[in-house]
Ligand binder design. Structure first.
Ligand SMILES: NC(=O)c1ccc[n+]([C@@H]2O[C@H](COP(=O)([O-])OP(=O)(O)OC[C@H]3O[C@@H](n4cnc5c(N)ncnc54)[C@H](O)[C@@H]3O)[C@@H](O)[C@H]2O)c1
Length: 366
């Protein structure tokens, strides 16, 4: 049995709670230190989750026991922190999006290749039981030939619950970049790469008010579209219609339907790891519910897949290439909304090998 992989968590805000809780329960990894620009946050999270040290970002990436840096900073920090970690010879797991633009994403992949380290990137929800079961069902011919997808994400926006929501309305976020990775990664997992997109975007309000936490009532600027409707074409022939909106009082999310020649598949929420599949066959009046099979262990599952892949010399699933393709797709959608025409997507990625239903991050496998 190999030693657990030493890990540093950089960025100790909201989402670090889910990561730190899960990583502590996965035997193939061990979190050795927490870091944040705000050291008091790193200290608080280290104390809360039994992590031995709270350090500066530089100390975290240079920590001799750390082999992989988990980068949970805000999107504007993703490339900078990842690059520092790679320069120190460490593998990197980035929260989404991979970087703010395609050039920065490509630079990261190149730098990692040169240093002989790997990049993985959220979302790892595509490795959850829900999406993996959908994938197995489609591969087994369960809906016939997959033809198209319809996805829907709408609601009033995260300023209502996030205590520091400014970054969610700045470049690198908005509903397209914040939640698009979940929906686009699911479709990439099921269909493969995108070839071209078209979109319209809107920003009805230039500012919003924080609704929760110590700064509730504070007004902040909105600089990105908060409504984006997109069309995407896939290399394998499918088409998709996608809506990402934070301009709707009515909340609806997690809607992903795949239409095939013989049935429609309602995929579980792409922002979750679990959920049943629902299938409605041609001519039937009711949906059949198919329980999903596999692990639904939450955020950090992709890190376990990555360290196991490193240990066994195999490719990991939530790869930098997939994240770069999703980033390029989102940037092409944003550009199309500005220019009002179709935009090509050039990048591609190796299809993710499906996970076996027995895959279990709670049992050591390195
Ligand atoms: N909050 C969620 O529900 C959620 C869910 C999934 C993914 N994410 C993603 O996780 C990332 C973080 O989101 P969050 O909600 O935790 O944000 P947050 O603002 O709550 O926390 C971010 C933390 O990173 C620190 N930080 C920022 N720049 C840094 C840098 N250069 N070096 C070191 N530390 C730095 C900040 O001080 C802060 O503590 C984002 O990419 C977001 O898209 C968030």
């Amino acid at each position: 049995m190999g030693e657990p992989f030493g890990i540093a968590v950089v960025g100790c805000g909201n989402i670090s709670n889910q990561y730190l809780r899960n990583l502590a329960a996965f035997p193939d990894v061990r979190v050795l230190c927490c870091a944040d620009l705000d050291l008091s946050r790193a200290k608080a999270q280290a104390a809360a989750y039994g992590v031995p040290a709270a350090v500066t970002v530089r100390q975290a990436v240079e920590h001799p026991g750390v082999r992989l840096v988990v980068n949970l900073t805000v999107p504007a920090g993703h490339a900078e922190v990842a690059s520092a970690a790679i320069a120190a010879g460490k593998h990197v797991w980035n929260e989404k999006p991979l970087a703010l633009d395609v050039a920065a994403g490509k630079d990261l992949l190149k730098q990692a290749e040169n240093e002989g380290v790997r990049i993985g990137c959220a979302p790892d929800t595509v490795l959850g039981a829900g999406i993996q079961s959908a994938r197995r069902l489609i591969a087994s011919g369960g809906i016939g030939e997959p033809l198209s997808a319809l996805t829907l994400l709408q609601g009033p926006g995260p300023q209502s619950w996030h205590p520091d929501p400014e970054f969610l309305f700045a470049p690198g976020a908005g509903p397209l970049f914040d939640l698009g990775p979940y929906y686009l990664s699911v479709l990439a997992t099921l269909f493969g790469p995108v070839t071209r997109v078209a979109a319209v975007g809107r920003r009805p309000a230039d500012s919003r008010i924080i609704g929760a936490g110590p700064r509730a009532g504070t007004e902040f600027s909105v600089t990105v579209p908060t409504y984006v409707a997109a069309l995407a074409e896939y290399a394998a022939g499918q088409a998709a219609s996608l809506l990402f909106s934070w301009d709707s009082p009515l909340s609806r999310h997690g809607f992903v339907e795949i239409t095939g020649t013989e049935a429609t598949l309602a995929v579980p929420d792409p922002n979750r790891f679990d959920g049943d599949l629902r299938v409605r066959r041609a001519g039937e009046r009711d949906w059949a519910v198919i329980p999903s099979a596999g692990a639904a262990a939450g955020r950090g599952s992709g890190i376990v897949d990555m360290v196991r892949a490193i240990a066994h010399g195999e490719p990991h699933r939530a790869s930098g290439e997939l994240a770069l393709h999703v980033l390029e797709t989102m940037i092409a959608i944003e550009r199309s909304a500005r220019r009002a025409g179709f935009e090509q997507v050039q990048s591609t990625f190796e299809g993710l090998a499906p996970l076996r239903a027995e895959w279990d991050p709670y049992v050591s496998a390195i």
